[in-house]
Ligand binder design. Structure first.
Ligand SMILES: Cc1cc2nc3c(=O)[nH]c(=O)nc-3n(C[C@H](O)[C@H](O)[C@H](O)COP(=O)(O)OP(=O)(O)OC[C@H]3O[C@@H](n4cnc5c(N)ncnc54)[C@H](O)[C@@H]3O)c2cc1C
Length: 420
């Protein structure tokens, strides 16, 4: 392994006793080579995970990740850190459950503390119809090997007595719970995959924007970048909110829009919310970080943009959602907000597929739910790149579902295309 060697408790003790002289950089900073077998465009969670699994699980070599800024500067370091596999539809649930299983072994696998915390997630129920829908969802999850429990009102009250039970326009009637859901320290995921990929020989090249994709006779030959042309046999695109810009280099229009989504963090508070909670009568979700800040979010801003910056009306909208569920949240001060660019697909579900150009592959359409998908997305994209066949859990994530009308329209747990 390059640089720092393997991390362990013994290593920390040894370094403490020897003046911490043995820690090196976590990954190299190589110059781009003239050509690679595989180029992954985008050094976010999905691109880094793809490179890691390509090298480690699929034993491929000569791989580079090209990132226009710095590793983890995109959505992977901007999200609200929630992981779960509480989906309904057959096209989605096995994939997200595969991802959750990968999260469960990830830190040992890539030898990095990503603070995977299976603290549980509850989706609050406010109407009888919603209880029916969540019961159905819970059953679908169990049938796909995931865990799900239905909680009644008193069980929710015992967990979170400070919620608005008494005077609410949308009374709380229970919740769907997934105990294996939770949170993961988002930027540590980027760092862990980066370090893991580097140690398998992957070149991670930062400050290297792809400005063109070259093809010859319907085959990809390489990419133009701000650091010159780099040849490649296969190119995988994993650029999230910039998908339409990058695919425009080969004249491809995507069934996708780019939208800004904001995240919010309050000042540090005493321990209050030990799991993740989503509001069933408005778009508001919240957890509490280990430093005490309430980490929450809500709707996308609702207009097309590539700027990683949100606007005031949505701050008010999200705060209203929070206040109507947890009235006392109005006493907390907002410490930080930021925005990320969502690759919103037209049915709210992702695409992991080949393109019409030989050797060019696409991964995107994650909407505001792609963080939890990071391990499975990387694994399935690596599988597709290495074998030219879709992974068994990602067979529905094809471009042609839009032509054939085979939408994977989750509603409720996925993104809702009619709202953007
Ligand atoms: C505020 C917010 C909250 C969210 N909350 C959650 C959540 O709680 N749970 C969840 O599951 N998901 C959540 N998401 C969604 C999740 O973060 C994304 O779906 C996921 O991170 C996208 O994949 P990525 O990590 O690869 O993207 P990114 O990290 O954005 O990676 C794409 C990379 O491509 C690079 N790039 C772009 N163009 C080029 C180019 N031309 N050349 C080279 N590089 C390029 C970018 O610089 C970027 O680093 C949230 C997102 C946001 C913004």
């Amino acid at each position: 392994m390059f640089g720092t060697g393997r991390y362990s408790g013994w290593r920390v003790v040894k370094e403490a006793l020897t003046g911490h002289k043995g820690w090196g950089p976590a990954w190299r900073d190589p110059e781009p080579q003239a050509a690679y077998d595989y180029i992954i465009i985008g050094g976010g969670g999905h691109g880094l995970a793809t490179a890691y699994y390509l090298a480690k699980e699929f034993r491929q070599a000569r791989i580079a990740v090209l990132e226009k800024g710095y590793l983890g500067g995109g959505n992977v370091g901007r999200n609200t850190t929630i992981i779960r596999s509480n989906y309904l539809l057959d096209g989605n649930e096995p994939f997200y459950e595969f991802s959750l299983k990968l999260w469960e072994g990830l830190e040992q696998d890539f030898n990095f503390n990503a603070m995977v915390s299976q603290r549980g997630i509850i989706n609050l129920i406010h109407t009888d119809a919603q209880r029916d829908a969540f019961t159905r969802r819970g059953n679908a999850m169990i049938l796909n090997g995931a865990d799900a429990e239905l909680l009644d009102r008193e069980q929710v009250r015992a967990m979170y007595p400070f919620l608005n039970f008494n005077n609410a326009r949308f009374p709380i009637k229970g919740a769907l719970m997934q105990r294996r859901g939770g949170t993961v320290r988002h930027d540590a995921v980027a760092w862990g995959y980066a370090r893991g990929a580097d140690s398998c020989g992957v070149d991670l090249i930062q400050n290297c924007e792809v400005t063109g994709i070259r093809t010859e006779h319907g085959r990809v030959t390489g990419v133009d970048t701000t650091r010159g042309f780099i040849g490649a046999k296969k190119v995988g695109v994993a650029v999230a909110g910039n998908s339409s810009r990058v695919m425009a280099h080969v004249g491809m229009r995507l069934p996708m829009e780019s939208h800004v989504l904001q995240a919010f963090v309050s000042e540090g508070l005493k321990p209050l919310i030990d799991g993740v909670m989503t509001y069933g009568a408005g778009h508001f979700y919240v957890s509490q970080s280990d430093k005490g800040g309430l980490v929450f979010g809500g709707d996308i801003d609702g207009y097309n943009t590539y700027a990683q910056r949100g606007n005031m009306p949505v701050v008010e909208d999200v705060a209203e959602g929070g206040m109507s569920l947890i009235p006392m949240i109005g006493r907390a001060r907002l410490l930080r907000t930021w925005g990320g660019i969502m690759d919103m697909s037209m049915d709210g579900s992702p695409i992991i597929d080949k393109t019409d150009i030989e050797g060019l592959y696409f991964n995107g359409g994650w909407c505001y739910g792609g963080f939890k998908a990071t391990p499975a997305s990387g694994w399935c994209f690596a599988h597709l790149l290495a074998t030219d066949r879709p992974h068994e859990t990602a067979t529905a994530y094809r471009f042609d579902r839009f032509r054939k009308g085979l939408m994977i329209d989750e509603k409720g747990q996925g993104a809702q295309p009619n709202l953007h």
